[in-house]
Design a protein around this ligand. Structure first.
Ligand code: NAD
Length: 436
């Protein structure tokens, strides 16, 4: 049993803190956002993540999981301090390190005994050393020692609990063998593979992994765009490609590209890290450009289907960057919906979970509805941006009946073209050969 403070109670800190509690540790999750902590103390979970509420309740009841906004006290009470604060994209594309630096200073000020400081946030190479220096410079008790470990997070929003409880590897980087062993032992109950390395390589592994996955997505999207031009079908192409075990079938689904709180910012950050190091990462920059362009494809397809969008009533189905999350950060909808409004379309939107978060981020003119049926009523077209189960499983007979014109532009290739044809729906998806 370890006493652990998790600093930053967002998607990563709250999930990993709860999972560390679940395997028997005593966790204090802390955050400077007092409102968030108050909600958690009242049993209200501030984010949408399937299964999280139940797991928090269980571990709070077992007195393994506490919440506080007193970050200093949490640090003092812990032997291991996890940093899980945000590292958002700054205006120049690099990771904004202000939250990590503030936390490092706080740890220094409250270092009342030997502690292992573990960085779980996604951070540029060299941050482990930077954190070490900041803690060292702000130490209240100069005789007290500490070690710094990098243990980047790989969970995916929407399946975060399962990803954490059944993690397929833990990356642990440190200059201290002793500290690395403690963190490796901490992960033993997860039954995961442990990969121990140096601090800098651990930090790079996280960026390299995300950049590689983003590359796969942009690659298949580029192939999809070519398929449309030459008469091939990207669904067939990716199925065939995925059979090659060197390639694998994951992250080969063509669509409107990646979004979310990680891939966009991490690809920009890595391109920036490369630039700073004197290497022009042209490949990654092309991945980013391809993704930016791919988002706009649904607008082209809508334009082709409807002509002018001015005065047209358009249903937007799905706003979150992917299903099973309320996270709107860098969601394709944030590019597409304002553009539809700018073009004069009347936008009606639906998202089963993210609509509340979306309201403050999308133009005021957008109307929000509680079901697919209400949203598509009398619409000239509908655009699918997120493949939520209720969207991918919508009743196509109703779609055909309720819409003014049964036109569906599907940015996620949710339906078979034959099925849409059978229902009399004009269906435009990504990278597929038209039927009939
Ligand atoms: P988030 O924005 O949801 O949460 C960060 C939390 O840190 C916020 O609640 C904020 O109030 C808190 N915070 C900021 N400054 C603080 C301080 N000085 N003291 C205490 N708390 C403070 O972010 P997130 O999505 O959980 O991401 C955290 C990190 O993990 C990022 O570096 C991200 O790139 C990385 N990551 C995220 C995911 C993901 O799917 N969200 C997956 C893997 C890695």
């Amino acid at each position: 049993m370890q006493k652990i403070a998790v600093i930053g109670t967002g998607y990563v800190g709250l999930v990993s803190g709860t999972c560390f509690a679940e395997i028997g540790n005593r966790i204090i999750c802390c955050d400077v956002d007092e409102q968030k902590i108050e909600m958690l103390k009242r049993g209200v979970v501030p984010i949408y993540e399937p299964g999280l509420k139940e797991l928090i309740e269980k571990n709070v009841a077992a007195q393994r999981l506490l919440f506080t906004s007193n970050v200093g006290e949490a640090i003092e009470a812990a032997d291991i301090v996890y940093i899980a604060v945000g590292t958002p994209m700054s205006e120049t594309g690099e990771a904004d390190m202000k939250y990590v630096k503030a936390v490092a200073k706080k740890i220094g000020e409250h270092l009342n005994g030997y502690k292992i400081v573990v960085n779980k946030s996604t951070v540029p190479v060299g941050t482990g050393e930077l954190v070490r220096q900041i803690i060292f410079n702000h130490r209240k008790y100069p005789a007290v020692h500490f070690d710094v470990v990098s243990n980047p997070e790989f969970l995916r929003e929407g399946s975060a609990i399962a990803d954490c409880m059944n993690m397929d590897r833990a990356i642990i980087g440190s200059t201290s063998e002793k500290a690395a062993k403690v963190i490796a032992d901490l992960h033993a109950p997860f039954g995961t593979r442990i990969f121990t390395t140096d601090l800098e390589s651990a930090e790079m592994i996280k960026y390299a992994a995300n950049a590689f996955l983003a590359t796969k997505i942009s690659f298949i999207n580029a192939i999809a765009n070519i398929c449309e031009r030459v008469g091939a079908d990207v669904t067939e192409v990716s199925a065939g490609m995925g059979l090659d075990s060197r390639i694998g079938s994951k992250f080969l689904q063509a669509g409107i590209g990646y979004g979310g709180s990680c891939f966009p910012k991490d690809t920009y950050a890595l391109a920036h890290i490369a630039d700073q190091s004197g290497y022009d990462f042209e490949l990654l920059k092309a991945v980013i450009r391809t993704n930016d362009r791919q988002r706009l494809l649904v607008l082209d397809k809508l334009g082709h289907a409807l002509g002018q969008l001015e005065g047209k009533r358009i249903a937007v189905l799905g706003l979150a960057f992917k299903p099973n999350t309320d996270d709107m950060r860098y969601a394709p909808s944030l590019t597409i919906v304002p553009e539809l409004v700018r073009m004069g379309a009347a936008v009606r939107a639906f998202d089963p979970v993210a609509a509340t978060a979306a309201r403050s981020m999308l133009p005021e003119a957008v109307g929000y509805f509680d079901s697919v049926e209400e949203t598509i009523e009398d619409c000239d077209a509908c655009v699918i941006l997120t493949e939520w189960a209720e969207i991918a499983g919508m009743d196509l007979t109703k779609v055909q009946k309720l819409m003014r014109a049964a036109v569906v532009v599907d940015g996620r290739n949710c339906f078979s073209q034959e099925t849409m044809q059978q229902h009399g729906i004009a269906y435009h998806s990504i990278g597929r050969r038209p039927v009939g």
